[in-house]
Ligand binder design. Structure first.
Ligand SMILES: NC(=O)c1ccc[n+]([C@@H]2O[C@H](COP(=O)([O-])OP(=O)(O)OC[C@H]3O[C@@H](n4cnc5c(N)ncnc54)[C@H](O)[C@@H]3O)[C@@H](O)[C@H]2O)c1
Length: 341
C-alpha cells in the first residue's frame, strides 16, 4: 500500500538514481516532477515510463495540486533553501541533496523552519551508508586501537570535469570536502571546534581557484583531524572516499576508502619500539542497502516509524559549518571557530 506521495525537484544528472530508488519502494508514490526547465522533467518521465506523474516548473503549484507528503530535493545547491522552505510551507517533509545549503545563514534558517513546522528534514550524505565506513566505525567503537587521538585523510584525484567547476571559487572545499568532513565526524563521533586552512591552486592547475586545500581541525575529545585534499593531482589517485590513517592510544587503523582496512594494535611494550599485531577489520555482518538507496530507504522507514533520522539537517549542519569555517580561515589566514548556530 502506498503511504507517502512524493514530489521530486531537480531533474538533472543525479535525479536518475533518486527516481530509480523511489520506484522500488512500494510505500512511495512518485506523483510529481518539478524542474526550472520542465523539458528536463519530461525527459525523466519518458525514460522511466512514468505515465501518471505530474510535470511542472513551480514547486508551490505542484504541492497545491498533489498534496504530497514528501519532497525529494535534487536541485542545485543555490536552490535548496527555497525548495525546503516551500515544502515546509505546504507541510511536506524533505530529503535533500548535499550540501544542505549554499551558505550557513540559510542552513540555520532551514533547520529552524523544519523544527518550527515539526517536519522531518534530512540530507543526502550517502557515504554514511557505505559498508566499508560502517566497518571502520564499528571497529573504532570496539576500542581496539584505544581512544582516537588523530584522524588523517588524504584525498588526491586529478579530476577533469570541465564545466562549472573549472571556474568555481573554493571548488574543492565547497563541492567535495563536505563528504570527507562528514566521514570524519561520522567515524569518530566527534564534533568540530576550530580550523586552520590553507587553500591553494597548484602550478598549471586547470581550475580557476581553490582546487587544493590542507585543513587542521581541532575536534571534541581532543581529537585532531588533518585533511589534505586536491582535485588537481595527477598519479596515485586515492579513492573518492579518501585514504585514512586513524591513530588511537593503542594502535593505528588504516583504510584506503575501499575494501582495504587494517589495524595494528600494540601487543608488547617495554622496548624502544612496541610490538604490534596486525588484523584485517571484520566485515559487516548484516547486509545493508548502500549509498543513495540505503539513505532513501532509511529516511522513509524512519518517517513511517517516527524514529530518529540518520542525517537530520540539525546534525548535518555541523559538517557544512566545517566547510564554511575552512573557507573563512583560508581567506583570513586565521584560525576560525566552527559555529553552526
Ligand atoms: N550525494 C552525492 O554523491 C552527489 C553527487 C552528485 C551531485 N550531488 C548533488 O545533487 C544535486 C544535483 O546535482 P546534479 O549533478 O543532478 O545537477 P544538475 O545540474 O545535473 O541538475 C540540477 C537540476 O536542477 C534543476 N534546477 C535548478 N534550480 C532549480 C530550481 N530552483 N527549481 C527546480 N529545479 C531546479 C536544473 O534545471 C537541473 O535540471 C546538487 O546539490 C549536487 O551537489 C550529490
Amino acid at each position: 500500500m502506498k503511504q507517502f506521495k512524493v514530489v521530486l525537484v531537480g531533474c538533472g544528472a543525479m535525479s536518475k538514481e533518486w527516481i530509480r530508488v523511489a520506484l522500488e519502494i512500494p510505500k512511495l508514490e512518485l506523483v510529481g516532477l518539478v524542474d526550472l526547465f520542465p523539458e528536463n522533467a519530461r525527459t525523466r518521465a519518458t525514460e522511466f515510463k512514468l505515465e501518471n506523474v505530474q510535470i511542472g516548473s513551480s514547486l508551490s503549484e505542484m504541492l497545491e495540486k498533489t498534496k504530497a507528503d514528501v519532497v525529494f530535493d535534487v536541485s542545485i545547491p543555490d536552490a535548496h533553501y527555497d525548495v525546503a522552505l516551500e515544502a515546509f510551507k505546504h507541510g511536506a517533509h524533505v530529503l535533500g541533496e548535499k550540501p544542505l545549503a549554499d551558505n550557513l545563514a540559510r542552513a540555520i534558517e532551514m533547520v529552524n523552519a523544519a523544527q518550527n513546522a515539526k517536519l522531518t528534514h534530512s540530507v543526502m550524505q550517502n557515504r554514511r551508508f557505505d559498508p566499508n565506513i560502517l566497518q571502520v566505525k564499528q571497529f573504532l567503537e570496539s576500542g581496539q586501537i584505544g581512544a582516537v587521538t588523530t584522524v588523517n585523510s588524504d584525498f588526491f584525484i586529478g579530476a577533469h570535469f570541465g564545466g562549472f567547476r573549472d571556474s568555481m571559487a573554493h571548488v574543492l572545499l565547497l563541492d567535495m570536502a563536505i563528504h570527507t568532513f562528514d566521514q570524519a565526524r561520522f567515524m569518530t563521533g566527534c564534533d568540530p571546534l576550530n580550523v586552520y586552512c590553507l587553500e591553494f591552486n597548484p602550478k598549471d592547475s586547470w581550475y580557476a581557484q581553490g582546487s587544493s586545500a590542507h585543513c587542521i581541525f581541532e575536534m571534541t575529545n581532543g581529537v585532531v583531524f588533518n585533511y589534505r585534499g586536491s582535485w588537481c593531482s595527477e598519479g596515485f589517485h586515492t579513492t573518492w572516499e579518501s585514504d585514512w590513517r586513524i591513530i588511537g592510544t593503542r594502535g593505528t587503523l588504516r583504510w584506503d576508502g575501499g575494501e582495504d582496512s587494517r589495524a595494528q594494535i600494540v601487543s608488547e611494550t617495554g622496548g624502544f619500539l612496541s610490538k604490534h599485531s596486525e588484523t584485517n577489520l571484520p566485515k559487516l555482518e548484516q547486509q545493508i542497502a548502500t549509498g543513495h538507496e540505503g539513505l532513501i530507504r532509511d529516511f522513509i522507514s524512519n518517517l513511517e516509524q517516527q524514529t530518529a533520522q540518520a542525517t537530520p539537517s540539525s546534525d548535518n549542519i555541523k559538517s557544512l559549518a566545517m566547510v564554511f569555517a575552512a573557507i573563512e580561515s583560508a581567506e583570513t589566514r586565521q584560525r576560525v571557530e566552527v559555529r553552526w548556530a
